[in-house]
Write a protein that binds this ligand. Structure first.
Ligand SMILES: Nc1ncnc2c1ncn2[C@@H]1O[C@H](COP(=O)(O)OP(=O)(O)OP(=O)(O)O)[C@@H](O)[C@H]1O
Ligand SMILES: [Mg+2]
Ligand SMILES: [Zn+2]
Length: 555
């Protein structure tokens, strides 16, 4: 037993420090020990080991399938709750990695994980990315014809898929009945705030989800949302019929987003020129520019194009085909900048968006938070520049004319809150967190108020003034090393684009910007070194690793 105890401690250490191979070897040794001397293992001891074994399995899957070395805050806690069979609710900000909660669980649970998501265009993206990582996923929604649906459903019965996305509308129809006979082990409800009347985006189709627990027996339900005050969170749990759910509220503070706020008019810079210099200082980087009206969307895109920027517009007034073309070009990095009305926010998950500019003030702090949430989803530093003015407030208020009185009042209140947020002299991250009932210290470095940074100072015309704040400096790298890394980054980015086009997937699905940065910085020379980088999993190593290794060797 002394041996077993020692092994258990060794296993605990190995798991805690992510030494997964050692963890597996230790588990094997423990198994042997158990076979030799079963009676010495108490039930409590066995339970501990099983738990540690599961933790090792979770971490292993995180690396093998997703390529990540460590969890982001909250991810592991929620996954463990779900794997233990509990209902759970995750309230975590945009871009914090909520999808991983059900994707990783799906891999470990076996059977099928059903994911309800309202965003049909996002389903295809996610399925593509998952298949790249070796997770067998599919989706069923109205974009498929009858035959394609039937084929996928047959696949589900055959056990071809571990995860299936469906829209909430689908559950009402025959699909719902078919689903009831499948081996479903987890139901994830994405954008769960849509079920609540108190939330900012209630959707009637989410009413279909009220009886999930009754229909699918004891299958655990996991709700996910980026915007829920404590009251909305309680409402979600109740509407979904959750039984004493594990609730995780993440922090809304995202230090990799640098927030800037610039007042328009009154001797300040001309907005159009200001935007041009911000965009020009970020050549070949992806960005989104939100505008209030379709007219400014078109005008801004036109203006940037005339100056040689690869920009395209996106708004509800365009023909669906044109809109899709813009979105697709952006996904593939064929267009760098999309100018859009707010409608562009929801359908897109592109991890390398390096900046979001609000040409005009958004109509609520929730909306602002969702929109800047499009930036920096890979964790790299990204800039969020908000232009605002009192004239924007008046323009937005005109949209509330003709609304029913109480709704108009709510919206006007939100507009003014947004203005005070934009105009306040305090840490912007702190103010944003406060809006969601969270108390944080001033960010010190990630907003213009705390850091004194001026986003305009990096404009190319004023380059001589000082080192631009937006430079990815590794602490120990020399300037020359930094230049080399920049060069390598540019080169492997081109390679990524080639590979992505050949495989007909968006570039970031191959490897994220953050992963390319790491490659450029550390120059891995062997498969092993490559696998050690965040974002490189087994499947991707197999598929793309060699091409990148070769490119790096020749630099
Ligand atoms: N542990 C991790 N380490 C590194 N990157 C991660 C990790 N988990 C998730 N990511 C990456 O974070 C990005 C955002 O994740 P995801 O799309 O799940 O966000 P989300 O929380 O669902 O946001 P939204 O509310 O906007 O839908 C993705 O590119 C994902 O691959
Ligand atoms: Mg999401
Ligand atoms: Zn700050």
């Amino acid at each position: 037993m002394r041996d077993a105890n020692r092994l258990k401690e060794q296993l605990r250490d190995a798991v805690a420090f992510g030494r997964l191979i050692e963890a597996e070897e230790t588990l094997a040794a423990l198994r042997e020990e158990y076979r030799a001397n079963q009676t010495a293992f108490t039930p409590g001891f066995i339970k501990d080991i099983k738990q540690l074994g599961q933790q090792a399995g979770i971490k292993r899957t995180l690396k093998d399938v997703f390529g990540y070395d460590c969890f982001r805050p909250g991810q592991e806690e929620v996954i463990r709750a779900v794997l233990a069979g509990n209902d759970a609710l995750a309230v975590m900000p945009t871009g914090s990695g909520k999808s991983l909660l059900y994707q990783l669980s799906a891999k470990i649970l076996g059977g099928i994980t059903l994911v309800i998501s309202p965003l049909i265009s996002l389903q295809k993206d996610q399925v593509d990315a998952l298949n790249e990582g070796g997770l067998r996923a599919t989706f069923l929604n109205s974009s498929l014809d009858y035959e394609a649906r039937a084929q996928r459903i047959r696949g589900l019965y055959r056990g071809d898929f571990e995860l299936v996305y469906a829209a909430p509308e689908g559950l009402e129809q025959s699909l719902g009945q078919l689903m009831e006979n499948l081996d479903i082990r987890l139901i994830a409800v994405d954008e769960a705030h849509c079920i609540s009347h108190w939330g900012h985006d209630f959707r009637p189709s989410y009413r279909n989800l009220a009886h999930l627990k009754d229909r699918f027996g004891s299958v655990p339900v996991l709700g996910l949302t980026a915007t829920a005050t404590p009251a909305v969170a309680r409402d979600i749990a109740e509407q979904l019929g959750m039984i004493s759910p594990f609730v995780y509220r993440g922090s809304f503070f995202r230090p990799n987003l640098r927030l800037y706020s610039i007042k328009k008019g009154g001797g300040g810079p001309n907005v159009r020129d200001a935007i041009l210099s911000i965009v020009s200082a970020r050549k070949n980087q992806s960005g989104i520019i939100y505008c209030l009206s379709r007219k400014t969307v078109e005008a801004t895109a036109g203006f940037l194009k005339e100056r040689g920027i690869r920009a395209a517009p996106y708004h509800a007034g365009m023909a669906p085909g044109d809109r899709e073309a813009t979105q697709e070009a952006f996904r593939r990095d064929d267009v760098d900048v999309v100018t859009a009305t707010i409608a562009f926010g929801m359908g897109i998950d592109k991890s390398n968006v390096r900046y979001v500019i609000h040409r005009d003030m958004p109509k609520s702090v929730e909306g602002y938070s969702q929109e800047i949430g499009r930036a920096g989803r890979d964790g790299e530093m990204s800039d969020c520049v908000l232009f605002y003015s009192w004239a924007d407030v008046l323009a937005l208020e005109r949209f509330t004319d003709g609304l029913e009185t109480s709704l108009a009042q709510t919206q006007q209140g939100q507009i003014r809150q947004m203005y005070s947020f934009a105009d306040s002299a305090s840490c912007r991250h702190q103010a944003l967190a406060r809006h969601f009932n969270e108390k944080i210290e001033p960010c010190k470095t990630s907003c213009d108020y705390c850091s004194g940074l001026d986003v305009m100072s990096e404009a190319p015309v004023k380059k001589a003034r000082q080192t631009p704040p937006v430079k990815y400096t590794a602490p120990q790298a020399s300037d020359a090393g930094q230049e080399d890394a920049e060069y390598a980054f540019g080169e492997i980015k081109k390679l990524r684009k080639q590979i992505a086009d050949q495989n007909k997937v968006p570039a970031y699905v191959v490897f994220s910007d953050a992963t390319l940065r790491a490659m450029a910085q550390y120059r891995p020379q062997t498969e092993e070194q490559m696998l050690a980088l965040s974002g490189v999993g087994l499947k991707k190593m197999e598929k793309y690793g060699q091409a990148f290794l070769q490119a790096l060797r020749t630099m």
